[in-house]
Each structure stands twice: as structure tokens, then as C-alpha cells.
Design a protein around this ligand. Structure first.
Ligand code: SAH
Length: 324
């Protein structure tokens, strides 16, 4: 039997360096027991950068008037998802801002169309909706929903999302779980005002839902947001949080987050040996990629979806991982 981590244990893991080798090894052992040596590679289509929300950390927030906005057409989204399936992806994540043009009925049509043409799991990541709306997309065949809670800390959440409430966000995750979605939560490391206790509460919240997946990534300042001058989150704390999540929830799916890779590619690769078992790869058509700027990212040469998939397969092989 493995001991259950208490709140104080979790805080200690962030503060005591001497134990880290033990905890990373434990997280890796558990990952191998529950997931083998396998990394699931998932395609992400960023379908719209319109957003009605005002998240203070996010480059897509509605007050960023310098950003050129785009919205993919339904046929374009479907076609991109089919190309991803043909390149070997078994899951496609459709992610966007909270764009009022994308109603639950429209998502339902898009999901049904993709599902009728390919055997591929679909994750939607499109923010907060009502229970009825979530039910509509579930009925259409949506398998998973990703809605990071961002932070469970009431004050920090309220400050970063004026007019919005953490209790609504948490409620959405409980609703998704109840409706039978594979439910993805998650949070950022390094939001201003966050302490190790805040992170411990975030981890306990993930365990309480319980989430089937958790995206844990460092905060990266975006120049066109109120947090432009804030410091980026710690990659070390991010890796510790991923390891703890794995120890608390042996079966959970944990991505090596894109934001971790943006700050430090070596740290991103190490996290596959400390709890992570998932990676997401953009398949968004190239002309939109620069515009889906949640945080600043360097964009490489334009390649096809299949070429990029082959590249990620090679990377995973080079670090000793199998992929699916
Ligand atoms: N509108 C969707 C998708 C949001 S973008 C939703 O509300 O769920 C996906 C995730 O990117 C967010 O949940 C957030 O955790 C992360 N993110 C946004 N801005 C970020 C930043 N500046 N640094 C790091 N991560 C960020």
C-alpha cells in the first residue's frame, strides 16, 4: 500500500529538495504500472480565437484589441480533424475561446460529422456552458471535455477573471463528470499571489472531482495582457505538481503541457519520466497558428500534419518512449 498524501505532505514536496528523487521515481513507477511506457499523442485544432471572456493572463482575452481574430468554418474544422485521424491521431481536441458563434448545436453537428467519418475520440475545450449545452454535445458523441479550473483560490480567481466566479467553474467540472464526460481539469503554476498551499488545494480539487485528466502548466506572461510584467511560472514546481498528481491519482491522464515546452524543452521531456503520459500537438492550419496566441510561442517552418506527427513520434522514440 502506498501512503495517501496529506495536504501537508503535498506542501512539503514543493519545499524539500532532498526527497525529490524519491517522488519522481515513485511517480514514474506508478505511470509505468498504469500506462506502461506509452505516451498518447493528441491532435489539437484551435478553431477560433474570438473570446468573450477577460482572463487577465490570456492573449485571447476580449480586451486585446490588437489581435486579429479568426474563426474556422465548420467544414474546415471537420476536414482538419479528418486529416489528423489519417495522420494516425486517435484523439482530436477542438479548442477555442468562448466564441458565441459556436453554439452547442453547432458543436454537435461538427462532432457528429467527424464521428460519422472516422473512429476518433473527440475532446472539446470551449469554456463554460450550461448543463443542457454540455448534454447536447455529449449526446452528439463528444467523449471528453477539457476545462482547466486555472486556480481554486477565490481571491486570485476573482482578480484574474473580473465578474466571473471559481464556484461556477468548479460546478462545470462536476456537471461534466456527472454527464459522463472524461473530464479534464487543470491549473497554472506561477499565477501572481499563488503559494504552495494554493497549489496543494488545486491538486486536492483535481482529486476530489475526480478529474480523468489534468493539464498542469506554467504561466507565461503575454505582452498584451494586464500580467505582461509578471514573472513566468517555475518549471521545477510544474514538474513537482505533475508528479504529485500522478501519485494521488494513479490512473489520471497527465499531459506534458505545451507551456512547459515553451519555457524549457528539456524540462518538458523530463516530465515523461515523472508522471506525464500525454502530449498535445497542434494541427491547426498554419495561417491561424500565430493568431491563437494564448501566450507567446515561436512558430517553426510550415509542415504537413503527417510530417509533424512523424516528428513527434521520432522525438518520443529518441527519449525512449512508445507512442499511440
Ligand atoms: N476557452 C477555453 C480554452 C482556454 S485556453 C477554456 O476556457 O477552457 C487553454 C488553457 O491555456 C487555459 O485553460 C489556461 O490554463 C492556459 N493559458 C491561458 N493563458 C495562459 C498563459 N498566459 N500562460 C500559460 N497558460 C495559459
Amino acid at each position: 500500500m502506498r501512503p495517501k498524501l496529506t495536504f501537508d505532505d503535498i506542501c512539503d514536496i514543493f519545499e524539500i529538495d532532498a526527497q525529490m528523487k524519491y517522488f519522481y521515481n515513485l511517480a514514474d513507477t506508478i505511470t509505468r504500472e498504469t500506462k506502461g511506457n506509452l505516451v498518447n499523442v493528441r491532435a489539437i485544432v484551435e478553431f477560433s480565437n474570438y473570446c468573450k471572456r477577460n482572463c487577465a493572463y490570456c492573449g485571447l482575452n476580449c480586451h486585446n484589441t490588437t489581435l486579429k481574430r479568426y474563426r474556422m468554418q465548420p467544414e474546415e474544422i471537420i476536414d482538419t480533424a479528418l486529416q489528423a485521424a489519417d495522420a494516425g491521431y486517435k484523439t482530436v481536441v477542438l479548442q477555442g475561446g468562448e466564441d458565441p458563434e459556436f453554439t452547442a448545436d453547432l458543436f454537435a453537428q461538427i462532432i457528429k460529422e467527424i464521428k460519422s467519418k472516422r473512429d476518433i475520440a473527440i475532446t472539446l475545450s470551449a469554456g463554460e456552458m450550461t448543463e443542457d449545452e454540455y448534454r447536447t454535445i455529449k449526446k452528439a458523441g463528444c467523449d471528453r471535455y477539457l476545462l482547466k479550473h486555472e486556480t481554486t483560490n477565490f481571491e486570485i480567481y476573482s482578480q484574474l477573471h473580473p465578474g466571473y466566479s471559481i464556484s461556477d467553474r468548479k460546478e462545470c467540472l462536476h456537471t461534466l463528470k456527472r454527464l459522463g464526460f472524461e473530464t479534464g481539469g487543470g491549473f497554472m503554476i506561477g499565477l501572481p499571489g499563488q503559494t504552495v498551499e494554493t497549489i496543494a488545494h488545486d491538486l486536492e480539487f483535481i482529486a476530489s472531482v475526480p478529474c480523468d485528466m489534468a493539464g498542469i502548466g506554467p504561466f507565461i506572461p503575454h505582452p498584451q495582457t494586464p500580467l505582461e510584467k509578471a514573472a513566468p511560472g517555475s518549471t521545477d514546481k510544474t514538474r513537482r505538481a505533475v508528479a504529485i498528481a500522478r501519485i494521488m491519482l494513479p490512473e489520471i491522464n497527465l499531459p506534458a503541457t505545451t507551456s512547459l515546452g515553451v519555457l524549457d524543452m528539456e524540462e518538458r521531456n523530463k516530465v515523461f519520466y515523472g508522471g506525464a503520459n500525454v502530449i498535445m500537438k497542434k494541427v491547426t492550419p498554419p495561417q491561424y497558428r500565430k493568431l491563437y496566441e494564448i501566450y507567446p510561442v515561436k512558430h517553426g517552418k510550415i509542415k504537413t500534419i503527417a510530417e509533424e506527427r512523424a516528428e513527434i513520434n521520432r522525438l518520443l522514440e529518441s527519449i525512449g518512449k512508445e507512442y499511440d
